[in-house]
Write a protein that binds this ligand. Structure first.
Ligand code: BGP
Length: 478
């Protein structure tokens, strides 16, 4: 659709930025916090780039006032952050750690004092290690109640102040690495366990949303999905079918359950044949239907292109975690689909396709199929940045990336998408789970590297000033 005139961004559009506890806070064992699975996993040699971890991260725990002051200087309207579950419940359940709650209370109050809307993510991958040790975390139904209890604790404490909530962050991406590639804790490679853990996570998500209705009736909640809209590599029926398979198993499998409480039929049939289908108990579908979201959070970085994959074809391949362009391998499910490079798109140094139009396509697919408002809870460019001798960072490539994606947001809004906000990843530079500190996303540079935290000085990049002006013009000047 070629629009003659574009609709403006809505008046109360949430111009935001995003982060996650483990990637920014540091203070990993302070004020009563218990260890998360990441505190333990990152210490296993060879798991992360140069052994990097979040013990110090960018020390946001101690510098949150400085960071919020920078957000205010930028004119941010919203800030998406996550709460660390083991900071609130060091053992995952049982006694609550008041000092943990107080940290987030101070952060929320600071944001509100500057008129910045807090968007609180309940879970961004840092499950308490205690629950992993006790019952295997997401592999046991026991987590449904413990997660609900943790969420209710936060609803009760912050529900009066926080109106936008994200339940689970990227359940799809996280479990893919936790149970298929083995690159996230618990480092398993087993499709059966993958689908079972996902089913339990869906139930926990639904239960937490059902409770939300009770405790925060005037708030809005939804999960954030790592959405890579699927493209077919060609119009050959074989590739088209591979693309359909991928869309069904990599997108609808999650989105249908979140939004409709149902699994896509052909995918479920396939999993039953393979012996990979999750165990579904009586009452599960009722719970799923009782916990559907108000909006869908969308984390968009790239589209993915799929082609035919023979039964003896590729499975999981090497992932580029070094920034050496071209080191990423194709992945897939033999007999169903495999990824392939899209020759029409440029890629980043980490081999992620740069595709702003894919964002518009994704927003439209989401609108057409589920009819829910969408919040872009992540979007951004991970790149090497250079701190110049005069203390500046010229990240014109990041401005170009974000601008082109915002242009497509406006196209999508004009197409009829109800877009609540845009929270680029990330506000400051952060620890990238597997890629260390050299893969940077922030508007604010943090001077540290994998081995040396240095002074952790904050320095606004060129993109900081560009985004400030975008916000000031409510997106009229991109
Ligand atoms: C998403 C995560 C974020 C963030 C981002 C960038 O998957 O929700 O936490 O890390 O991706 O990814 P990466 O750091 O791997 O480049």
């Amino acid at each position: 659709m070629l629009h003659e005139q574009l609709k403006p961004f809505p008046a109360h559009f949430l111009w935001g930025a995003a982060s996650a506890a483990y990637q920014i806070e540091g203070a990993w064992n302070e004020d009563g916090k218990g260890p998360s699975v990441w505190d333990v996993f990152t210490k296993i040699p060879g798991k992360t780039f140069k052994g990097s971890n979040g013990e110090v991260a960018v020390d946001h725990y101690h510098r949150y006032k400085e960071d919020v002051a920078l957000m205010a200087q930028m004119g941010l309207k919203a800030y998406r952050f996550s709460v660390s579950w083991p900071r609130i419940f060091p053992q995952g359940r049982g006694e609550v750690n008041e000092a943990g709650l107080q940290f987030y209370e101070r952060l929320i109050d600071e944001l509100l004092a500057f008129g910045i809307e807090p968007i609180l993510t309940l879970y961004h991958w840092d499950v308490p290690q205690a629950l992993m040790d006790e019952y295997g975390a997401w592999e046991s139904r026991k987590i449904i109640e413990d997660f609900d209890n943790y969420c209710i604790t936060l609803y009760k404490r912050f529900g009066g102040k926080v109106k936008y909530w994200v339940s689970l962050n990227e359940q799809n991406y996280n479990t893919n690495h936790a149970f298929i590639t083995g690159m996230h804790p618990p480092g398993v490679q087993d499709r059966r366990r993958f689908f079972d853990a996902n089913h339990i996570a869906f139930l926990a998500n639904a239960k937490a949303i059902a409770s939300f209705r009770q405790y925060v009736p005037d708030g809005q909640i939804g999960p954030s999905f790592a959405y890579s809209p699927a493209y077919p590599a060609s119009s050959s029926p074989k590739d088209m079918l591979a693309f359909e398979n991928a869309e069904e198993l990599t997108n609808h499998w999650w989105l249908d359950v979140y939004c409709w409480g149902q699994y896509p039929e052909s995918a479920l049939t396939y999993l039953k044949e393979k012996g990979w289908a999750p165990i579904i108990e009586d009452g599960d579908y009722e719970l799923l239907a009782a916990g559907t979201p108000d909006f869908m959070g969308m984390n968009y970085y790239q589209s993915l292109t799929y082609e035919f994959n023979p039964v003896d074809g590729v499975e999981t391949g090497e992932m580029n975690t070094t920034g050496q362009k071209g080191s990423n391998a194709d992945t897939g499910i033999p007999g169903l689909y495999k990824t392939t490079a899209n020759p029409n798109l440029e890629t980043t140094n980490w081999d992620w396709a740069i595709d702003p139009t894919g964002l518009r396509i994704g927003l439209r697919r989401m609108m057409s199929r589920y009819g829910l408002p969408v919040m872009i809870t992540e979007n951004g460019l991970g790149e090497f940045d250079k701190l110049e001798a005069d203390g500046t960072i010229h990240d014109g490539y990041r401005i170009a990336y974000l601008r082109s994606h915002l242009e497509q947001c406006q196209q999508a809004i004009t197409d009829g998408v109800d877009l609540l906000g845009y929270c680029p990843w990330s506000f400051t530079d952060v620890l990238s789970w597997l890629n260390g500190y050299q893969k940077r996303y922030g508007f604010v540079y943090v001077d540290r590297d994998e081995t040396d935290p240095k002074e952790l000085k904050r320095i606004p990049k060129d993109s900081f000033y560009w985004y400030r002006d975008v916000i000031q013009s409510n997106g009229e000047e991109l």
